[in-house]
Design a protein around this ligand. Structure first.
Ligand code: DX5
Ligand code: ZN
Length: 217
């Protein structure tokens, strides 16, 4: 699969979200970080803002839920217009049931792992998912330094996906930039979230194209 670049709206100007979403049209997905001040020590946005964003852009929304009780809330993000919903493995009470519910409502189902959470215990769940997200920083904030020590986990996750012959996307999120994206792609990632590397650039749309070219090289 050609590399997909998902700009993270977390690094955008929240007072101008519609314009900031338009600034990266041409990106594959718009990554929307939902934080609840409990699962992570930061608070961002919720269902009403996702509903408005879904109306404001043609780009499909990739909602990354860094929240407690995703079993209860994730379906509402599908109803709000998200095309992909990612819940955290550490927070989900019943990940298989939740993934099935997200899919039944018509979105792609994805599961995220914090840096200290291994992939191996979730091997048997992979067929229930459309994407796995390997966090390459501790979730909560944009602009943090990429954790190289996550590269072996990316590689092992790709091996498990291949071993089971699954058509599953492998996303990386945190510190993805010109200086790190090639190592992520080489390790087997194919979906790249980039916040500060896109919205911190003079031309965000050009930054998306440049990152995609690097990942595909
Ligand atoms: C962090 C979020 C990321 C964040 C990435 O918890 O999940 O999506 O926006 O930002 P950068 O690309 O700046 O590390
Ligand atoms: Zn994210």
């Amino acid at each position: 699969m050609a590399a997909q670049i998902n700009p993270s709206i977390l690094s955008a100007d929240f007072a101008r979200l519609a314009d900031e979403a338009k600034a990266v049209e041409g990106a594959d997905w718009l990554h929307v970080d939902v934080m609840d001040n409990h699962f992570v020590p930061n608070l961002t946005l919720g269902v009403p803002v996702v509903e408005s964003l879904a109306r404001a852009t043609q780009t499909p929304l990739d909602c990354h839920l860094m929240i407690e009780a995703p079993d209860r809330w994730a379906p509402q993000y599908v109803e709000a217009g998200a095309g992909s919903v990612t819940f955290h493995a550490e927070a989900a009470a019943a990940p298989v049931r939740l993934a099935r519910e997200i899919r039944a409502k018509g979105a792609r189902a994805s599961m995220a792992l914090k840096p200290a959470t291994p992939i191996e215990p979730f091997e048997d769940l992979l067929p229930e998912l459309d994407m796995v997200l390997i966090m390459t920083v501790e979730p909560g904030f944009g602009g943090q330094a990429f954790l190289d020590i996550m590269l072996p986990k990316i590689r092992r996750t790709r091996e498990l996906i291949s071993k089971h012959g699954l058509d599953l996307w492998l996303q990386v999120d945190g510190g993805v930039a010109a200086s790190t994206i090639e190592r992520c792609a080489e390790a087997g990632a194919d979906v790249f979230v980039a916040g500060s590397a896109v919205y911190g650039a003079d031309d965000p749309a050009e930054a998306v194209r440049a990152l995609r070219a690097q990942a595909d090289a």
